[in-house]
Write a protein that binds this ligand. Structure first.
Ligand SMILES: [Zn+2]
Length: 336
């Protein structure tokens, strides 16, 4: 097994190193870098990156990586590369976007001579992703939106599906590759990527964080990089091939009926949109039966705004809802 080199720093098998990966400085002449932590097992094995805050306001993943580091997982084999804040500029500004107002997750693979976002994307691919067989990219819902803990990945690929199942969340979304996303660029380079989505921007959500930490360790265990973990909490996983946002058909104040993880029937009211003077304007209804995997949290909507994200599972919906309930109960018990 040879030394691994990131930004000119060599890390040998059995070593751990913190690396500052240089990126464009601020106009205040302040130097900027991506903090990267590399752990190497003594034995040969896969190389895996775990990244967070590609959207700078999505903080659950930063905390998931911090807890992984604090738990000091004993790496038996392979290499683990932790990048807690890919869009470190966005974290500074508490913003989803880059300072050039671009969405970094639409700027991959980027180029060395491109926009600020394109350059950062290029550095991340060249220095980190290129070394990796697998990656786990941690996200949350956008600002004022919450996601049920879920994995999004190319589930038509059997190896990716196996890893997604190992992560052990009930809902797996077979998601199309999005142009310019880290996942698309990584998959094109032969790196298999899981996207974990859970919780809301600018908030720590304890359940989402715990499920995330456990999920990453489950995947590392499945890849033989850490000690085998007990499978008893895994439960079943369900693959949704379709999901849809239900949009507000009118503007007003929202009285919410459906929570995250709720099983909903076709035509079931998810929320009611009222006028500030008390009149019921409209009911927001599910167009098919499915599970609520994302929702907006502000009780105000404009017509056309996305309100509920529903995943469709075909005939398995009852079972998915039960799994979600069990998962939530098990985790709430462990939190309390
Ligand atoms: Zn995101």
């Amino acid at each position: 097994m040879s030394a691994l080199s990131i930004a000119g720093v060599e890390i040998r098998p059995g070593e751990q190193r913190k690396i500052e990966l240089p990126i464009a400085k601020l106009y205040t002449d302040t130097q900027m870098s991506l903090p990267v932590y590399v752990m190497r097992g003594r034995k040969a094995g896969p190389t895996v990156f775990v990244s967070a805050a590609l959207h700078g306001d999505e903080l659950n993943g930063v905390e998931i990586i911090r807890r992984l580091m604090v738990s000091k997982p004993k790496l038996r084999a392979g290499t683990l590369i932790l990048v807690p804040m890919v869009n470190v500029y966005g974290v500074l500004n508490q913003s989803r976007y880059m300072p050039d107002r671009r969405d970094l997750n639409r700027c991959f693979p980027g180029s060395a001579s491109g926009s600020l976002a394109g350059r950062l994307a290029h550095t991340f691919i060249k220095q980190i992703v290129r070394l990796c067989d697998y990656g786990i990219d941690l996200h949350t819902g956008a600002i004022h939106r919450s996601n049920l803990p879920q994995i999004r990945a190319d589930l038509d690929d059997s190896e990716t599906l196996a890893l997604a199942k190992a992560f052990a969340v009930p809902v797996l979304l077979n998601a199309q590759l999005r142009d310019g996303s880290l996942r698309e660029a990584a998959v094109r380079k032969g790196t298999r990527v899981l996207v974990y989505e859970a919780g809301e921007a600018l908030r720590f959500d304890e359940l989402s964080i715990r499920i995330g930490v456990r999920g990453v360790l489950n995947v590392l265990s499945d890849l033989g990089m850490v000690r085998k973990r007990s499978l008893k909490q895994r439960g079943s996983q369900f693959v949704a091939n379709r999901s849809e946002w239900i949009r507000a058909s009118a503007s007003g104040f929202v009285q919410e009926f459906a929570k995250l993880g709720k099983l909903v029937d076709e035509g079931e009211p998810l929320a009611q949109i009222n006028s500030p003077l008390g009149e019921l304007i409209e009911q927001c209804r599910s167009t098919r039966s499915g599970i609520v995997i994302g929702k907006q949290n502000i009780p105000l909507v404009q017509e056309g705004e996305a309100m509920y994200h529903i995943a469709y599972f075909g005939s398995d919906e009852d079972e998915v809802a039960e799994q979600i309930e069990q998962m939530q109960e098990a985790l709430e018990e462990s939190v309390n």
